[in-house]
Design a protein around this ligand. Sequence first.
Ligand code: COA
Length: 401
Amino acid sequence: MTVCDYVPGLENIPAAQSGISYVDGKQGILEYRGIRIEELAAKSNFVESAYLLIWGKLPTQNELEAFETEIRYHRRIKYRIRDMMKCFPETGHPMDALQTSAAALGLFYARRALADPQYIREAVVRLLAKIPTMVAAFKVMRKGNDPIQPNDNLDYTANFLYMLTEQIPDPIEAHIFDVCLTLHAEHTINASTFSAMVTSSTMTDPYAVVASAVGTLAGPLHGGANEEVIQMLEEIGSIDNVRAYVEACVVNKKRIMGFGHRVYKVKDPRATILQELVEKLFAKEGVDYFYEIAVELEKVVEEKLAHKGVYANVDFYSGLVYRKLGIPTDLFTPILRSPASPVGWPIGASRSRKIASFDRHRSIAASTISPISPWQSGSVRVVLAWRSPPSASATPLSIDW
Ligand SMILES: CC(C)(COP(=O)(O)OP(=O)(O)OC[C@H]1O[C@@H](n2cnc3c(N)ncnc32)[C@H](O)[C@@H]1OP(=O)(O)O)[C@@H](O)C(=O)NCCC(=O)NCCS
């Protein structure tokens, strides 16, 4: 009989060693390449943080300017891609539109040359540059209008917001939007990053990798909670209803959207940063009634659920920001997270050659599941979630990371 360990969802199975980002869920710490997220939110911007994540160091002024210029140059999309997008149904979800368009870029630029650093750089730049244009184009074209062309006088984030809202953005709004993108640029190995790692381990092209990651991100259990936060606030409707709503959720064991996290057992540091930004936005543009409900909701949820480690997560306040910026709810996920896909993938590609042996994964029959410890780890040697039959090998198969 084959003895196998079965770990549903590979929970707690290390998939890679990484210094790209670090999360301490007990203390509420998030770092990109060793720099605290609070510091990056205050002093950096999305493009610089993307550079830091991809190449492992902050750019010099010249390097940053060269990177920005390259991205600016590649913002436009080919008319054939635009024509293809015009044929998408207007009722289609923007995440599906993005996945299709990202894959379509591969028809024009793919070379499957993952070992060539110049090719990787070009692919990352193209993806970073064109994803906002494609997301914004779908938003406009699904109403039957022509897409807004990128504005070369605006920086990355201001241009993205301009193409979405069809107005030159106010600098405070552009700054807040930029911080939102920075906060979502990387978060260790979540489902979409894992998906990108598996796809790139086959040495396919980066456009296919990003399309695969976007497809994973599209699921409501991954992206999408911020959309549901807005629906929940609408459903609550009034500050007076907050306490009863929370109590009913607790009694009925219903999840309250925008609260709780697999890793953070204190308030998500990104939620704290976003809350400050939301206050700044509302101080400028007038208080939003939804925000007052949200503040009361956070207070009552903490009172009732803090003992379980349930606090506000990043999705709780991000929806409020996007709503205030006039962005349609179904665009929250593609806007927030998709520019991050080309940031995460090349890093995934560099380590994913080591996980090329994913193609050796097996499924196991339920009757062979063993209740023994699923994995053991030394300092760098990690046993995968399955073992070879004892007759074939005395020691478990493993991979050196
Ligand atoms: C993110 C999430 C899936 C993490 O779930 P998890 O890892 O299973 O959470 P935990 O196991 O730590 O939950 C501990 C307890 O808190 C409860 N809990 C967790 N999140 C909760 C929430 N949002 N609302 C109410 N109760 C919650 C759990 O039911 C559990 O209660 P129990 O001990 O009585 O069974 C979950 O918090 C959730 O569904 N949140 C809402 C969706 C959301 O905002 N997602 C975006 C995440 S960035």
